[in-house]
Design a protein around this ligand. Structure first.
Ligand SMILES: Nc1ncnc2c1ncn2[C@@H]1O[C@H](COP(=O)(O)OP(=O)(O)O)[C@@H](O)[C@H]1O
Ligand SMILES: [Mg+2]
Length: 226
Protein backbone atom coordinates (compact mmCIF):
# COMPACT_ATOMS: atom_id res chain seq x y z
CA UNK A 1 0.00 0.00 0.00
CA UNK A 2 1.45 3.36 -1.04
CA UNK A 3 -0.69 5.55 1.19
CA UNK A 4 -2.96 4.37 3.97
CA UNK A 5 -5.21 6.67 5.96
CA UNK A 6 -7.18 5.45 8.96
CA UNK A 7 -9.44 7.40 11.31
CA UNK A 8 -8.41 10.78 9.93
CA UNK A 9 -9.95 13.81 11.61
CA UNK A 10 -9.44 17.46 10.74
CA UNK A 11 -11.13 20.49 12.29
CA UNK A 12 -10.61 24.20 11.73
CA UNK A 13 -11.19 26.94 14.23
CA UNK A 14 -14.03 29.18 13.18
CA UNK A 15 -14.22 32.10 15.62
CA UNK A 16 -14.35 30.39 18.99
CA UNK A 17 -15.80 27.16 17.61
CA UNK A 18 -14.12 24.23 15.92
CA UNK A 19 -15.71 22.92 12.77
CA UNK A 20 -14.90 19.36 11.86
CA UNK A 21 -14.30 18.95 8.14
CA UNK A 22 -13.06 15.35 8.00
CA UNK A 23 -13.91 12.67 10.53
CA UNK A 24 -12.99 8.99 10.78
CA UNK A 25 -11.92 9.10 7.14
CA UNK A 26 -10.33 6.02 5.64
CA UNK A 27 -8.49 5.75 2.33
CA UNK A 28 -6.17 3.15 0.85
CA UNK A 29 -4.14 4.10 -2.18
CA UNK A 30 -2.26 1.38 -3.99
CA UNK A 31 0.78 2.09 -6.09
CA UNK A 32 -0.15 2.93 -9.67
CA UNK A 33 -3.79 3.71 -8.87
CA UNK A 34 -5.63 6.67 -10.31
CA UNK A 35 -8.25 8.24 -8.08
CA UNK A 36 -10.71 11.06 -8.63
CA UNK A 37 -12.28 12.87 -5.68
CA UNK A 38 -15.52 14.73 -6.21
CA UNK A 39 -17.70 16.69 -3.83
CA UNK A 40 -19.47 19.96 -3.17
CA UNK A 41 -17.54 23.16 -2.73
CA UNK A 42 -16.32 23.47 0.86
CA UNK A 43 -16.71 19.76 1.75
CA UNK A 44 -12.99 19.34 2.41
CA UNK A 45 -11.43 18.12 -0.85
CA UNK A 46 -8.47 20.51 -0.75
CA UNK A 47 -8.03 19.84 2.95
CA UNK A 48 -7.76 16.11 2.25
CA UNK A 49 -5.26 16.67 -0.57
CA UNK A 50 -3.20 18.92 1.72
CA UNK A 51 -3.09 16.13 4.31
CA UNK A 52 -2.11 13.52 1.68
CA UNK A 53 0.68 15.79 0.47
CA UNK A 54 2.00 16.55 3.94
CA UNK A 55 1.17 20.26 3.72
CA UNK A 56 -0.93 20.09 6.88
CA UNK A 57 -1.21 17.47 9.63
CA UNK A 58 -4.45 15.73 10.57
CA UNK A 59 -5.72 16.17 14.15
CA UNK A 60 -6.31 12.47 14.69
CA UNK A 61 -5.73 9.25 12.80
CA UNK A 62 -2.82 7.58 11.08
CA UNK A 63 -1.37 8.18 7.65
CA UNK A 64 1.38 5.91 6.36
CA UNK A 65 3.43 6.15 3.18
CA UNK A 66 5.01 2.86 2.10
CA UNK A 67 4.47 1.64 5.66
CA UNK A 68 6.13 4.66 7.25
CA UNK A 69 4.00 6.72 9.60
CA UNK A 70 3.73 10.27 8.25
CA UNK A 71 1.18 11.42 10.80
CA UNK A 72 3.81 11.33 13.57
CA UNK A 73 6.40 13.43 11.75
CA UNK A 74 7.50 16.94 12.62
CA UNK A 75 6.68 19.77 10.20
CA UNK A 76 10.22 19.66 8.82
CA UNK A 77 10.09 15.89 8.28
CA UNK A 78 6.68 16.19 6.64
CA UNK A 79 8.11 18.77 4.21
CA UNK A 80 10.89 16.35 3.39
CA UNK A 81 8.32 13.61 2.69
CA UNK A 82 6.51 15.99 0.35
CA UNK A 83 9.56 17.20 -1.52
CA UNK A 84 10.91 13.72 -2.09
CA UNK A 85 7.74 11.88 -3.01
CA UNK A 86 4.85 14.15 -3.88
CA UNK A 87 4.08 16.24 -6.94
CA UNK A 88 1.47 18.81 -5.97
CA UNK A 89 -0.67 20.98 -8.20
CA UNK A 90 -2.49 23.28 -5.81
CA UNK A 91 -5.69 25.12 -6.69
CA UNK A 92 -4.00 28.50 -7.02
CA UNK A 93 -0.70 27.12 -8.35
CA UNK A 94 1.64 28.87 -5.85
CA UNK A 95 4.14 29.86 -8.52
CA UNK A 96 6.80 32.50 -7.90
CA UNK A 97 5.40 35.36 -9.99
CA UNK A 98 8.56 37.43 -10.24
CA UNK A 99 10.68 34.53 -11.52
CA UNK A 100 10.69 32.92 -14.90
CA UNK A 101 9.29 29.55 -15.90
CA UNK A 102 12.70 27.87 -15.84
CA UNK A 103 13.48 28.96 -12.27
CA UNK A 104 10.05 27.88 -11.03
CA UNK A 105 10.38 24.39 -12.44
CA UNK A 106 14.03 24.09 -11.35
CA UNK A 107 13.15 24.48 -7.65
CA UNK A 108 11.98 20.92 -6.86
CA UNK A 109 14.96 19.52 -8.79
CA UNK A 110 17.46 21.70 -6.95
CA UNK A 111 16.05 20.34 -3.71
CA UNK A 112 16.78 16.81 -4.99
CA UNK A 113 20.36 17.90 -5.76
CA UNK A 114 20.33 17.14 -9.50
CA UNK A 115 23.19 18.57 -11.56
CA UNK A 116 22.65 21.74 -13.62
CA UNK A 117 22.70 19.68 -16.80
CA UNK A 118 20.15 17.18 -15.48
CA UNK A 119 17.94 20.04 -14.37
CA UNK A 120 18.13 21.70 -17.78
CA UNK A 121 17.36 18.45 -19.63
CA UNK A 122 14.42 17.61 -17.39
CA UNK A 123 12.93 21.08 -17.71
CA UNK A 124 13.27 21.16 -21.49
CA UNK A 125 11.60 17.77 -21.78
CA UNK A 126 8.65 18.59 -19.52
CA UNK A 127 8.05 21.95 -21.23
CA UNK A 128 8.07 20.16 -24.59
CA UNK A 129 5.62 17.51 -23.35
CA UNK A 130 3.28 20.27 -22.19
CA UNK A 131 3.81 22.31 -25.37
CA UNK A 132 4.99 25.45 -23.57
CA UNK A 133 8.70 25.34 -24.42
CA UNK A 134 8.44 28.87 -25.84
CA UNK A 135 7.65 30.26 -22.35
CA UNK A 136 10.89 29.05 -20.75
CA UNK A 137 12.40 32.50 -20.07
CA UNK A 138 9.13 34.35 -19.44
CA UNK A 139 8.24 35.66 -15.99
CA UNK A 140 5.18 33.95 -14.53
CA UNK A 141 3.24 37.20 -14.24
CA UNK A 142 3.37 37.67 -18.02
CA UNK A 143 1.71 34.28 -18.72
CA UNK A 144 -1.93 33.56 -19.48
CA UNK A 145 -4.01 31.53 -17.01
CA UNK A 146 -3.73 28.40 -19.12
CA UNK A 147 0.04 28.78 -19.45
CA UNK A 148 0.41 29.24 -15.70
CA UNK A 149 -1.61 26.12 -15.13
CA UNK A 150 0.71 24.15 -17.41
CA UNK A 151 3.78 25.53 -15.65
CA UNK A 152 2.28 24.40 -12.33
CA UNK A 153 1.74 20.95 -13.84
CA UNK A 154 5.27 20.93 -15.25
CA UNK A 155 6.74 21.81 -11.87
CA UNK A 156 4.72 19.05 -10.17
CA UNK A 157 5.67 16.26 -12.59
CA UNK A 158 9.26 17.21 -13.47
CA UNK A 159 10.78 15.23 -10.60
CA UNK A 160 8.78 12.14 -11.56
CA UNK A 161 7.10 11.88 -8.14
CA UNK A 162 5.72 8.58 -6.87
CA UNK A 163 2.37 10.29 -6.26
CA UNK A 164 0.82 13.25 -8.06
CA UNK A 165 -1.86 15.25 -6.26
CA UNK A 166 -3.83 17.63 -8.41
CA UNK A 167 -6.47 20.02 -7.10
CA UNK A 168 -8.84 20.75 -9.99
CA UNK A 169 -5.92 20.73 -12.43
CA UNK A 170 -7.98 21.43 -15.54
CA UNK A 171 -10.25 23.99 -13.93
CA UNK A 172 -9.62 26.93 -16.25
CA UNK A 173 -8.58 25.12 -19.40
CA UNK A 174 -10.42 24.78 -22.68
CA UNK A 175 -11.55 21.33 -23.81
CA UNK A 176 -8.57 20.64 -26.08
CA UNK A 177 -5.96 21.65 -23.53
CA UNK A 178 -7.86 19.61 -20.96
CA UNK A 179 -7.53 16.54 -23.19
CA UNK A 180 -3.80 17.18 -23.67
CA UNK A 181 -3.27 17.46 -19.91
CA UNK A 182 -5.31 14.35 -19.18
CA UNK A 183 -3.33 12.51 -21.87
CA UNK A 184 -0.13 13.46 -20.07
CA UNK A 185 -1.50 12.38 -16.67
CA UNK A 186 -2.71 9.14 -18.22
CA UNK A 187 0.72 8.42 -19.73
CA UNK A 188 2.41 9.13 -16.39
CA UNK A 189 -0.09 6.85 -14.65
CA UNK A 190 0.57 4.08 -17.22
CA UNK A 191 4.26 4.39 -16.32
CA UNK A 192 3.38 3.75 -12.69
CA UNK A 193 2.84 7.17 -11.14
CA UNK A 194 -0.03 7.17 -8.67
CA UNK A 195 -2.56 9.91 -9.33
CA UNK A 196 -5.08 11.54 -7.00
CA UNK A 197 -7.08 14.42 -8.32
CA UNK A 198 -9.96 16.60 -7.28
CA UNK A 199 -12.35 17.39 -10.09
CA UNK A 200 -15.96 18.33 -10.73
CA UNK A 201 -15.83 17.19 -14.29
CA UNK A 202 -17.18 13.72 -15.16
CA UNK A 203 -15.19 13.63 -18.40
CA UNK A 204 -12.04 14.12 -16.30
CA UNK A 205 -12.89 11.67 -13.52
CA UNK A 206 -13.64 9.03 -16.17
CA UNK A 207 -9.87 8.85 -16.78
CA UNK A 208 -9.46 7.56 -13.22
CA UNK A 209 -9.91 3.94 -12.19
CA UNK A 210 -11.58 4.84 -8.89
CA UNK A 211 -13.97 7.66 -8.10
CA UNK A 212 -14.81 8.81 -4.59
CA UNK A 213 -17.38 11.31 -3.44
CA UNK A 214 -16.52 13.28 -0.30
CA UNK A 215 -19.55 13.95 1.90
CA UNK A 216 -20.51 13.58 5.56
CA UNK A 217 -16.78 14.12 6.30
CA UNK A 218 -15.80 10.82 4.66
CA UNK A 219 -15.00 9.33 1.27
CA UNK A 220 -17.58 7.16 -0.44
CA UNK A 221 -16.67 4.92 -3.35
CA UNK A 222 -18.95 5.66 -6.32
CA UNK A 223 -19.13 4.56 -9.93
CA UNK A 224 -18.14 6.90 -12.72
CA UNK A 225 -21.46 8.64 -13.05
CA UNK A 226 -21.99 9.00 -9.27
N1 LIG B 1 -6.85 26.97 7.21
C1 LIG B 1 -8.19 27.02 7.39
N2 LIG B 1 -8.72 27.66 8.44
C2 LIG B 1 -10.06 27.67 8.65
N3 LIG B 1 -10.95 27.07 7.85
C3 LIG B 1 -10.48 26.42 6.77
C4 LIG B 1 -9.08 26.34 6.48
N4 LIG B 1 -8.91 25.62 5.36
C5 LIG B 1 -10.15 25.25 4.96
N5 LIG B 1 -11.09 25.71 5.80
C6 LIG B 1 -12.54 25.50 5.70
O1 LIG B 1 -12.76 24.10 5.61
C7 LIG B 1 -13.79 23.83 4.69
C8 LIG B 1 -13.29 22.89 3.61
O2 LIG B 1 -12.40 23.61 2.78
P1 LIG B 1 -11.72 22.98 1.49
O3 LIG B 1 -11.00 21.74 1.89
O4 LIG B 1 -10.93 24.04 0.85
O5 LIG B 1 -13.00 22.60 0.61
P2 LIG B 1 -13.12 22.19 -0.92
O6 LIG B 1 -11.74 22.08 -1.49
O7 LIG B 1 -13.87 20.89 -0.93
O8 LIG B 1 -13.91 23.26 -1.60
C9 LIG B 1 -14.29 25.16 4.17
O9 LIG B 1 -15.41 25.55 4.93
C10 LIG B 1 -13.11 26.08 4.43
O10 LIG B 1 -13.53 27.42 4.64
MG1 LIG C 1 -10.79 23.09 -3.00
Amino acid sequence: MLLKLTGIKKSFKNGILYRTILENLTLNIEEGESIAIKGKSGCGKSTLLNILGGLIPSDEGVMSFNGRKISDLSAVERTEYRKKNVGFITQNFHLLNDRNVYDNIALPLQYLKLTKKQIKNNIEKVLCDLEIENTIRRDIRTLSGGERQRVAIARAIVKNPSILLADEPTGSLDENTEKTIMGIFDALNQKGMTLVMVTHDDSISSYCKKVYQLYNKKLHHVNHMG
